[in-house]
Ligand binder design. Structure first.
Ligand code: SAM
Length: 274
């Protein structure tokens, strides 16, 4: 499948620029920290964030393990521009100077990982991309030993990960608040693509609206259904994700955490590729 249509970060009615402000109302710190805890990033990890939006999860993981290679993928160039801006700010802050900006690769076009930093950028990002490669190569800018968050941003749909990054190229795939706003066929296609891009032994950690177990949570989730549509969101509320993950080939599928929020409960799912 690759239907290029997608629901933007804040759904059908609200502009994406308000996304980060709204996210803070949804116990974002708690569930992002839980997601990161289950990822437990290591220095040699290649972590792909599918539907990375404004890059908050990528930046958190990068802060926890700056030597991990982090790749944010999203079909919306506008959110990626925000992510890149935030990453640049984080880099500059953590290196106290202009060298920090070199820690962030630009938004890359549709080629493989290795060529990304040097290839065509979006919205004038090519210059920034040229100053640093993907995570771990910032040494050229003389900041390799500093804890510089380095990330690569790629425009792409979540069901195109193989073409975008290469089969078996990731040690970990993460995704937050994406699958609930995708049609059923796209949920399945994204999970299949996540499986393909993971190397054997790789880990999948998803944070998303899951089974809404109580009446208050089901009521609260209606806000999300208003923004993102009932057809795409109801399967999540019915608890479909673990089954879809198993059907995509993942093993050890489990709902590790459930966080109640004012927009319904967000579950953290963990699974592995054998
Ligand atoms: C609610 S936002 C979540 C953003 C981010 N993951 C976070 O946790 O803040 C959903 C994101 O999924 C992206 N998205 C929607 N459909 C997608 C698809 N088929 N493949 C990949 N990303 C998609 C949107 O562009 C948007 O940035």
């Amino acid at each position: 499948m690759t239907d290029r249509a997608f629901t933007p970060a804040l759904g059908r009615f609200f502009p994406t620029r308000f996304y980060d402000a709204v996210a803070t109302l949804l116990r974002e710190r708690l569930w992002r920290s839980l997601l990161a805890m289950h990822v437990a990033p290591r220095p040699d990890d290649v972590i792909v964030d599918v539907g990375c939006g404004t890059g908050s999860q990528v930046l958190l993981l990068s802060r926890i393990e700056p030597r991990a290679r982090l790749i944010g993928v999203d079909p919306d160039p506008d959110v990626l521009a925000v992510a890149q801006r935030k990453a640049g700010t984080a880099s500059a802050a953590s290196t106290a100077g202009a060298a920090g900006a070199a820690g962030t690769a630009g938004i890359a076009g549709a080629t493989g990982i290795a060529g990304a930093a040097g290839t065509a950028g979006i919205a004038g990002a090519a210059g920034a991309a040229g100053t640093a490669g993907i995570a771990g190569t910032a040494g050229a800018a003389g900041v390799a030993d500093a804890a510089v968050p380095a990330a690569q941003w790629r425009v792409g749909m979540g069901d195109s990960l193989e073409e975008l990054l290469g089969a078996g190229s990731a040690s970990t795939v993460v995704s937050s608040l994406v699958l609930h706003q995708c049609p059923m066929a796209m949920k399945q296609a994204i999970l299949a693509s996540m499986f393909a891009v993971l190397r054997p032994g790789g880990k999948l950690v998803i944070a998303d609206y899951g089974l809404q177990r109580t009446k208050p949570m089901r009521l609260a989730f209606r806000v999300v259904q208003l923004a993102d549509g009932v057809a795409d969101t109801q399967p999540n509320a019915d608890g479909v994700l673990p089954r879809l993950m198993s059907e995509a080939g993942f093993v050890d599928v489990r709902e590790a955490e459930v966080v109640s929020t004012i927009s319904g409960s967000i579950s953290i799912y963990v699974a592995h590729r054998e």
